[in-house]
Write a protein that binds this ligand. Structure first.
Ligand code: 3Y8
Ligand code: NAP
Length: 248
């Protein structure tokens, strides 16, 4: 019987967790512990880092894990690198459950930047009203551009002073809706949206709202990830587990 470890923290990981629980697969879900009250999941869940690739390898051995599913967010590049390294060392089967990157549609006004530092550089312009929808961990990069009025959406209320002088904070966790984001951006008077190319439906609403408002989007492209088998379909992961379980 397979004993997979699911590296989660995304909408798709939640869908997979439900399928695995329903199929009574002996799976464990893993979260980093980034948020104060993570959503309950239908699988036994462990929270916190492993201690690098070595710590992950030790965990995989100690827990007799047979397969690893990397269902982390496309910007969780360190976790993905560690998973690829640990699975290579232990010769464990690894598959990534990912979602396609968003693509600009005709009429969209996207400016691509390579990473958060690139976004901060591209914000070197007169004061404007920015919906900085990249979460808490990336805010410091924009401290070099204090002239803007930032709308921030965070999963948890900030515990420490924010590195930006003019902010409006919305504490909310997704998935979000286009109607909700349209109202939020109208109320804030948003003039540009800064977003990570997360893909998937859970964070797309602000992109849809920007399209409706015809305002520009500064799109942060995804970091490079290690080569590994990938699927966008949670059901495919179950077939992969069953197939691998036949020892084939
Ligand atoms: C801890 C688990 C589910 C999964 C929901 C998805 C959708 C909603 C949209 C905006 C963008 C952002 C952020 C976002 C979204 C889903 C998904 C997704 C973006 C939770 C979760 C954890 C995290 C961590 C958190 C980061 C932050 C990023 C907020 C749970 C809710 C901005 C990414 O305060 C912090 O430290 C937050 C940190 C990493 C990025 C950052 O750099 O700050 N996600 N998000 C996971 C863990 O501990 O391992 O708390 O229940 C999961 C989800 N967040 O259950 O349906 O699948 O992407 N998450 C981005 O995409 O830009 C919000 O506001 O429009
Ligand atoms: P990251 O930068 O790739 O990882 C940094 C370290 O956090 C990892 O080396 C690992 O610590 C720990 N870690 C990350 N994901 C983990 C997991 N699922 N289980 C156990 N430990 C984990 O990751 P991140 O960008 O901070 O993302 C953290 C979590 O939030 C992930 O679960 C991700 O799916 C979720 N998330 C992230 C974003 C985002 O925008 N980055 C968006 C939505 C959800 P050790 O080295 O000690 O093992």
């Amino acid at each position: 019987m397979p004993r997979p470890l699911i590296l989660g923290g995304t909408t798709e990981a939640g869908v997979l967790a439900a399928l695995l629980a329903e199929a009574q697969v002996e799976a464990t879900l893993s979260l980093a512990g980034r948020t104060r009250h993570p959503a309950a999941q239908p699988l036994p869940t462990r929270v916190g880092g492993f201690g690098g690739a070595e710590g992950l390898a030790r965990y995989l051995k100690d827990q007799r894990i047979t397969h690893v599913v990397d269902a982390t967010h496309p910007f969780a590049a360190q976790m993905s690198r560690n998973a690829a390294e640990a699975c290579a060392v232990l010769r464990l089967p690894l598959i990534a459950l990912t979602r396609a990157a968003w693509q600009a549609q005709p009429g969209d006004r996207w400016q691509h930047v390579p990473d958060m530092a690139g976004a901060a550089r591209a914000l070197d312009r007169p004061a404007t009203r920015v919906f900085l929808a990249v979460g808490r961990m990336q805010l410091a990069a924009c401290a070099a551009q204090p002239q803007h009025h930032y709308l921030l959406r965070l999963v948890d209320a900030p515990q420490a002073p924010l590195p930006l002088p003019q902010t409006e904070v919305v504490v909310d966790r997704g998935p979000f809706t286009a109607e909700g984001d349209l109202a939020l951006m109208r109320r804030h008077g948003t003039e540009i949206v800064v977003a990570k190319n997360a893909g998937g439906p859970g964070a797309l609403s602000k992109i849809t709202a920007a399209r409706a408002l015809r305002i520009p989007v500064m799109m942060i492209d995804r970091p490079a990830l290690p080569q590994r088998p990938e699927t966008h379909d949670p059901a495919e992961v179950l077939r992969w587990l069953a197939h691998a379980d036949l020892g084939v």
